[in-house]
Design a protein around this ligand. Sequence first.
Ligand SMILES: *[C@@H]1O[C@H](CO)[C@@H](O)[C@H](O)[C@H]1NC(C)=O
Ligand SMILES: *[C@@H]1O[C@H](CO)[C@@H](O)[C@H](O)[C@H]1NC(C)=O
Ligand SMILES: *[C@@H]1O[C@H](CO)[C@@H](O)[C@H](O)[C@H]1NC(C)=O
Ligand SMILES: *[C@@H]1O[C@H](CO)[C@@H](O)[C@H](O)[C@H]1NC(C)=O
Ligand SMILES: *[C@@H]1O[C@H](CO)[C@@H](O)[C@H](O)[C@H]1NC(C)=O
Ligand SMILES: *[C@@H]1O[C@H](CO)[C@@H](O)[C@H](O)[C@H]1NC(C)=O
Ligand SMILES: *[C@@H]1O[C@H](CO)[C@@H](O)[C@H](O)[C@H]1NC(C)=O
Ligand SMILES: *[C@@H]1O[C@H](CO)[C@@H](O)[C@H](O)[C@H]1NC(C)=O
Ligand SMILES: *[C@@H]1O[C@H](CO)[C@@H](O)[C@H](O)[C@H]1NC(C)=O
Length: 742
Amino acid sequence: MLLHFIICVTMVVEGATTNNIAKPGCPTQCRNITVPYPFGIGTDCSLDESYSTICNTSYEPPKLFPTSGDLEVYNISDSEVRLATLVSYVCYNQSGFVDGVISGIDLRKHKVYTFSVKNKFTVIGCDDYALINGTDKDDFTSGCFGLCRKKPNVPYGQCSGIGCCQISIPKGLTYYDATLNTLRNHSDVLSFNECGYGFLVEEGSFKFSGATDLSADYTDFVKRIESTIPIVLDWVIAPNGTCADGNECKGNSTCYNVEGGGYRCKCENGYEGNPYLDHGCQDIDECNNQGTNPCHGVCINTLGGYNCTCLPGFYGDAYIKKGCEPIDTKDSNWSSPKYMIVMVSSMFTILAGIAGMCFGIRKRKLIRLREKFFEQNGGLLLKQKIKSQQSNEAMTLFSIEQLRKATNNYAQEKIIGKGAYGVVYKGVLLDKRVVAIKKSKLVDATQAEQFINEVMILTRVIHRNVVKLLGCCLEEEVPVLVYEFISNNTLFNHIHHRLGGMDWLSWENRLRVASEAASALAYLHSEISLPIIHRDVKSTNILLDENYTAKISDFGASRLVPLDHEQVTTLIQGTLGYLDPEYFNSSQLTEKSDVYSFGVVLAELITGKKPIGADRTNEEKNLATYFVNSVTGNRLFEIVEPRILREGTLEQLQEVGDLLKRCLSLVGRDRPTMKEVAVELDGLRKFTTHPWVQRETYSETKSSVLESVQSDLYEIPLIYGTNEWESYSGITDMVLKENNTR
Ligand SMILES: *[C@@H]1O[C@H](CO)[C@@H](O)[C@H](O)[C@H]1NC(C)=O
Ligand SMILES: *[C@@H]1O[C@H](CO)[C@@H](O)[C@H](O)[C@H]1NC(C)=O
Ligand SMILES: *[C@@H]1O[C@H](CO)[C@@H](O)[C@H](O)[C@H]1NC(C)=O
Ligand SMILES: *[C@@H]1O[C@H](CO)[C@@H](O)[C@H](O)[C@H]1NC(C)=O
Ligand SMILES: *[C@@H]1O[C@H](CO)[C@@H](O)[C@H](O)[C@H]1NC(C)=O
Ligand SMILES: *[C@@H]1O[C@H](CO)[C@@H](O)[C@H](O)[C@H]1NC(C)=O
Ligand SMILES: *[C@@H]1O[C@H](CO)[C@@H](O)[C@H](O)[C@H]1NC(C)=O
Ligand SMILES: *[C@@H]1O[C@H](CO)[C@@H](O)[C@H](O)[C@H]1NC(C)=O
Ligand SMILES: *[C@@H]1O[C@H](CO)[C@@H](O)[C@H](O)[C@H]1NC(C)=O
């Protein structure tokens, strides 16, 4: 049965996601270098021999070479090839000439390449001039002087003329060589510069290091340039032809002529992929990439574009920020959430003022009150427990003043989230630590022991993927909890609300987050003396920190399982869409309930769909059911988010699909343990590949992403009024729910 399933999926995949990088049946990568058609690795994999390459595996790691050439290829893009360059040099000592080499590169055999004008001819030396002698349509000769008198004080990283000189080359060059000449055999500068160098490299890729480079050992210097700094070649198809002569451009792509001869193909606007392959260009799902395709409303992908309209009840231009306005009703201004908040908060302020005047609270009374709260909130019990555990470095009892100072007396602007169960403030402690401070709503005194138990669970769990509870304050009327501050929003928002420029969470990152969350849950289940069942695993309870590291939060519903019990009977709790149906029916809580909920999170990660989809039909409303049905009906690859299809490998998607099906099994016994899930996910991460379409790497965009995400953090909870930070609602969440059931 299982085998059957895998075979069917494989067939679907080959139909649905044609390999649109290399020619079908050909390798796509040599080490980590992607080789897109018309290029190819090996015979018969390229358009013709000009584009043919060899991946030589006798090197470790393997190296890519042109079939007829010995300069290593670094990368291949849709119009350029970068490869290793060659250096000409000449060296002297007191007795005169020591060593020297004249080098050049000849592309005339491969008619499809020319040297890009992005290259600069570069001369390094203090007593040198180099001549570059080349051929484009005519012969070309030029030269450049590297001169200096004293040990130069050149600004690091700048080729300004002193000791380093750069000139441009003409377009269409297909051959060059570089000859070095000296004025005085370096006799005046031998103390700090014995050699001169000349080479052609991509502009900006070579950073001149001033005196260090001038006095460097010449074999080291030449080796460094020849093995790390690229030269750029332009490539075309049919160098003596044009688009009109008939071309290689396939469906959804267009042909354009290249100045100087030949043509290239590119996907039409709104499509991406390899234009030289059949079905190579596929529609871009712009709605999945809000960064470059902003939509501040409802985004609908179309062939070659996308439509963006305002949310229901709004009108205007949703393509621009703040472009939508509410459809006018008489007092619309006063019913908007912003005004509500202003009104409510000013009413509170007035009430508080009146209360303060009426009661004229005196300090003595206050202290007595605090002591009462401390007792009522279980402070004595907690103190006892801390004493008996003798590990109080894990848990701090904060004073009322400390936390008021940290939050500017619980100021409005410090609010980062409001949930049904309380308010979360961002605060800065005296020691500069940034924390999230959760002030819960009223709590029943009889729940104190339970509350303390939960606090103790959290302080015992020390795992890098679990949000850390730093401590609490019991002197306020309600318990106040202090957590480490996690800056980068919830996984839920990363998957579903990429408004305001939040970056796309790549497949690689998704896998990592999943694997981190799984290992944290596995740890909770099995690695501490008393297993903990989380009971409310969902994407809003997985927070991401500034490095996109996953942090599990909200242990409000969690339960300790005594060692001699496999399962415990409890009040049913959880979140619709994530709730284990077996637990729902039987009230028997086991670790496998967390596995089910985690499966739903994994399904969100791979499909980009919400656990309950209002836009889906009855049977498919529930993502878990929808997913399992699709896998069973061999339609897995229809519901996987298109961008994931491109970013992930086949093996990964199949395995995740299979793993998910097991996690979402209706019978708990058939589900894998969290530990097994974690191990499998970790194994899968080793398969990642690099897609044909290059994207900015995470590190390049990180800082800007962080800025926009952070402003989101403050906006979303207030405007949408949802429990974005429910994650921090933790302990009292549970207390309240049970309180209500009395
Ligand atoms: C490819 O791997 C090399 C090391 O093996 C690394 O220096 C380089 O940055 C990698 N390139 C890409 C595009 O990942
Ligand atoms: C790979 O490189 C080694 C060492 O340079 C060379 O001897 C060998 O012929 C190369 N193999 C291929 C297939 O070109
Ligand atoms: C190729 O290398 C250049 C410079 O090293 C880099 O800017 C570019 O993004 C790379 N392109 C690909 C397709 O790897
Ligand atoms: C100069 O270099 C040559 C060749 O390496 C060597 O034979 C000679 O001794 C060197 N002279 C001095 C003064 O270092
Ligand atoms: C340039 O180099 C070529 C090949 O070495 C040579 O035939 C030609 O005469 C040189 N031209 C000049 C202007 O030096
Ligand atoms: C440079 O050295 C060469 C021999 O290596 C010699 O013939 C020539 O005269 C020297 N030139 C100067 C300016 O020292
Ligand atoms: C381009 O040149 C090649 C030989 O160099 C020749 O076989 C081919 O017919 C030419 N194509 C056109 C369109 O002129
Ligand atoms: C053009 O793009 C559409 C949408 O991605 C795709 O279904 C179709 O197969 C493509 N056509 C060709 C000829 O590749
Ligand atoms: C997109 O918008 C255009 C014009 O506003 C409309 O004609 C078209 O039907 C829309 N397409 C979809 C899929 O909504």
